[in-house]
Design a protein around this ligand. Structure first.
Ligand SMILES: [Zn+2]
Ligand SMILES: [Zn+2]
Length: 542
């Protein structure tokens, strides 16, 4: 059953259940949309698992991107099952667990491509896949019902940065055993042809490092370890030193160097505060914030808010990333401000400084043909991606009835012969807002939206219930609706309205009076301004 990542891009999570045994694959986060005010990120809804806690045998992680590990700390606060991850992925997870002070109480196992691990009735076989982060795996999971292959995020890159292509031999071996179901990445199912190799980026990096007249600031995801390696390799050829900016970039590169997944010679690396001592033409700064995130280095540079770095004449900024849908506004805002500060900025397709880590149509076809699964379940993608993937599989001869295009929460049952799509398990968005997890629901979201649209007005008055009227002058407070000093008249009228509306039959309940006044004020403001601010009224009994 998919619990996340189907019908959306992000917060991936799938569970595989056999008898009284459950394996969880990935636990990722998703970026909020721009109308989800105040939400930091979204995690999968795993309510289905809450009364099956004892059945969860393991959490298997395919790779270290946030849409696969971002929700793990939240998950582990509720479930104590052991986590399996490859070395680099484990390193990235440990960084997160340390931050939350959860490292000690978590059981972590390292697995590697080629291992065969028995977990309850399941045999798990991770196999190597190419992706935009090293040490990614897909999973072969055998249960008495048959072999299920979960592709993870993958592409077939023949010249990957780490020289380790997707393991086609293992896929062929799976096929020889017979594959019951393939769960395959659909992120790029609408892209014809094959995804270009990472190697293609070397040209773009060479060109920009040759031509940038001063410092070069390259922004990318801190988890794109392969991209960081490429930048380092090319920078060395151009005699440029590397400085690293942004907490997650510093932590991740340190960890990846320690584990041997990232090679930066010590004399190439300089401290961020040492940058000014090196001629600008010999500097590359690797930075966070390619999505325009408020706390990312790029935004801090754009707003002059970084503690040690400032944009200076001759700076070139390169966004080596693709903007995740929903983040465009923030990203372009940051780009505009960087231009304003005098930097030259390269971004998007024209920069040619990003290739996708996901398989395009030809590669999806290749995976299906290598495995020839009995059933196909497109995973990782919006509905349009899942449907596109299904069409493509149908063209390759898989019957429509053997392909399950489903969104999160639909259980798929395989008895070795047939596939059944069951009733959807209820679920929704679980918002994380600071330390609030799941407490922020759709109702609160609508209230925040109303506040953001028109602000609020609060009226406070002392109230004599026996007399049935207010005592003294009500106090009117407003934020984000009208600028109070300029709207004295309007607010004075509102005060009068509070007094007149609150004059009711003696002994009326306070709540009733408050409600009545709220309604009257709301109507009054709408009549006067054509806006409906959020109105609250507090009567204090005297
Ligand atoms: Zn990924
Ligand atoms: Zn992913």
């Amino acid at each position: 059953m998919p619990l996340g990542g189907l019908g959306e891009v992000g917060k991936n999570m799938t569970i595989i259940e056999y008898g009284r045994n459950i394996i969880v694959i990935d636990a990722g986060t998703m970026f909020p949309e721009s109308d989800m005010l105040g939400v930091d990120y979204i995690i999968p809804d795993w309510d289905y698992l809450r009364d099956k806690k004892d059945l969860v045998r393991a959490i298997l992680i395919t790779h270290g991107h946030l849409d696969h590990i971002g929700a793990l700390t939240h998950f582990l606060k509720e479930f104590s099952a052991p986590v399996y991850a490859t070395r680099l992925t484990r390193g990235l997870i440990e960084v997160k667990l340390k931050r939350e002070r959860m490292l000690e109480q978590t059981t972590l196992h390292t697995y590697a491509a080629g291992d065969v691990i028995d977990i309850g009735p399941f045999t798990v076989e991770p196999y190597h896949v190419c992706h935009s982060i090293p040490d990614s795996v897909g999973l072969g999971i055998t249960s008495p019902a048959g072999l299920v292959v979960h592709s993870g995020d993958f592409k077939f890159d023949h010249t990957p940065v780490d020289g380790w292509p997707t393991d086609q031999a293992k896929l062929a071996e799976f096929r020889s055993r017979g594959v019951l179901a393939l769960l395959s990445d659909s992120t790029n199912a609408d892209q014809p042809g094959s995804t270009p190799s990472e190697a293609l980026l070397n040209d773009a990096f060479h060109t920009i490092m040759r031509e940038a007249p001063g410092r070069l600031i390259i922004a990318t995801f801190s988890s794109l370890i392969s991209r960081v390696q490429q930048v380092v390799n090319v920078a060395q050829r151009h005699n440029r030193k590397i400085a690293i900016a942004g907490r997650s970039m510093v932590e991740n590169t340190e960890m990846a160097r320690e584990l041997g997944y990232l090679h930066i010679p010590t004399d190439v690396l300089i401290d961020l505060d040492q940058v000014d001592k090196v001629p600008p033409r010999q500097v590359v700064i690797l930075a966070t914030g390619s999505q325009g995130e408020p706390m990312g280095v790029l935004n801090l540079l754009a707003t002059n808010g970084h503690h040690s770095l400032r944009i200076q004449d001759g700076d070139t900024v390169l966004l080596s990333s693709h903007t995740i849908p929903g983040n465009e506004e923030m990203t372009y805002g940051v780009i505009n401000r960087l231009f304003q500060r005098g930097a030259d900025v390269y971004y998007g397709d024209q920069a040619q400084a990003h290739v996708s880590g996901h398989a395009s149509q030809e590669e999806l076809r290749l995976l299906i043909n290598l495995l020839r699964p009995r059933f196909l379940v497109p995973i990782h993608g919006e509905l349009r991606h899942l449907v596109g993937h299904a069409k493509l599989a149908h063209e390759l001869g898989i019957a429509k009835g053997d392909i399950a295009v489903v969104e999160n929460g639909y259980p798929l049952t395989f008895d070795g012969e047939r596939m059944q799509i069951g009733e959807r398990v209820p679920g929704g968005y679980v918002f994380v807002d600071g330390s609030l997890v799941g407490d922020v629901g759709p109702l609160l979201m609508r209230q925040r939206d109303a506040l953001a649209q028109s602000g609020f007005v609060t009226a406070v008055a002392r109230y004599d219930r026996r007399a049935g009227k207010t005592v003294g002058q009500p106090r009117i407070v407003t934020h984000g609706f009208v600028y109070a000093p300029d709207a004295e008249d309007l607010l004075a009228q509102a005060g009068d309205l509070v007094r007149s509306t609150a004059s009711v039959k003696r002994g009326t309940a306070l709540a009733t009076v408050e409600e009545r006044v709220e309604q009257a004020l709301s109507d009054f403001f709408y009549q006067e301004t054509k806006r409906r601010p959020v109105v609250t009224v507090a009567m204090v009994e005297v």
